[in-house]
Design a protein around this ligand. Structure first.
Ligand code: UDP
Length: 308
């Protein structure tokens, strides 16, 4: 698994180990952490500590390719590296699959739809992406990664399966990930104001990480997979309503403050998951209130151990 020390990756590692698989991890710990793997030390196979954009090889049956910073504050700090990781990292993964015959699940993103002009987003939609903006290193990089995956599939017959991951949240998100759920939960628990960008009328849909892990495993296991396939929770919330929900679930005295909306911030985002239902028999099961409660609880425990 590339990116196995990251947020989604580390949950997926634990699930695969529990199912009896042998798992090697490639990660450069840019946004992943050793703490995410601490419960599984001794069970994990090889830990390949390098950038996925550098060559690697191994005899694998399957590769989950998740390595890439995914939060705007992280991927915009080193935009050229982000683009290289997204495009050239996928290239290296595809090459490793070509050489070993491995099947591969490529973690793409809802960002390939940019600021979408159709709603909800189906896989057939080509997107509305700014090629020269602050988000482009990630958005265009991930689009380039999809191209590399599909051309390896067409040219070399690599069994590549693209999934487009929509906002996912849950325990073990970085406190400083900069994502809306981690920011709000962290701020609420510290009693700091919740930072709503813009007026908070933009929408997102939030998928709990265990549901996402189920979808990723199904994408690997399915015999005939014709992607890309959206994975995300189709229940849509306004950011301001999410803030109120976090305040209420955490019984926090925090206030809400409004900050400027970042550039190219999509105003609406919601996956159409008809294809995931039909092809994978998948749909999210954890309601957002329950997922937020579990996230808040783990954040609370972690704050108790490490402070802020
Ligand atoms: N957002 C917010 N406050 C924050 C962090 C994010 O209001 O502290 C907003 C952000 O502007 C965006 C939405 O929440 O409209 C989701 O942002 P996130 O970075 O989590 O994901 P993405 O934009 O990649 O969907």
């Amino acid at each position: 698994m590339t990116g196995g020390a990251g947020f989604i990756g580390s949950h997926l590692v634990r699930r695969l180990l529990a199912e009896g698989h042998s798992v090697d991890i490639l990660d450069n710990f840019q946004t992943g952490s050793r703490e995410n793997l601490s419960h599984d030390v001794g069970k994990i196979g090889r830990l390949i500590e390098q950038n996925v954009a550098d060559p690697f090889s191994g005899a694998y049956d399957g590769i989950f390719h998740l390595a890439c910073p995914a939060s705007p504050i992280h991927y915009q700090t080193t935009p050229l590296e982000t683009f290289r990781t997204a495009v050239w990292g996928t290239w290296q993964v595809m090459e490793a699959c070509r050489l070993s015959g491995a099947r591969v699940v490529i973690a793409s993103t809802s960002e390939v739809y940019g600021n979408p002009l159709i709603h909800p987003q189906t896989e057939e939609y080509f997107g509305n992406v700014n090629p020269v903006g602050l988000r482009s290193c990630y958005d265009e990089g991930k689009r380039g990664g999809e191209t590399v995956a599909m051309d390896y599939r067409r040219v070399h017959g690599v069994d590549a399966r693209i999934v487009r991951i929509f906002n996912t949240y849950g325990p073990r998100m970085l406190f400083n990930d900069g994502r809306v759920v981690s920011n709000f939960c962290h701020q609420a628990l510290l009693g700091n104001p919740l930072t709503v960008y813009g007026e908070g009328t933009q929408t997102r849909s939030f998928c709990f990480v265990s549901d996402m892990v189920d979808g990723l495993v199904l994408a690997m296991e399915k015999d005939d997979f014709d992607g890309p396939v959206n994975l995300g929770n189709p229940v849509e919330y306004r950011v301001i309503d999410l803030a109120r929900m976090v305040l209420s679930l955490s019984s926090s005295p925090s206030s809400i403050v409004f900050k400027p909306l970042p550039s190219d911030d999509p105003s609406r985002r919601k996956p159409d998951i008809t294809k995931a239902r039909a092809i994978l028999g998948w749909e999210p099961r954890i309601p957002v209130e329950e997922g937020l409660l579990r996230t808040i609880k783990e954040f609370q425990d972690r704050l108790g151990r490490h402070g802020n």
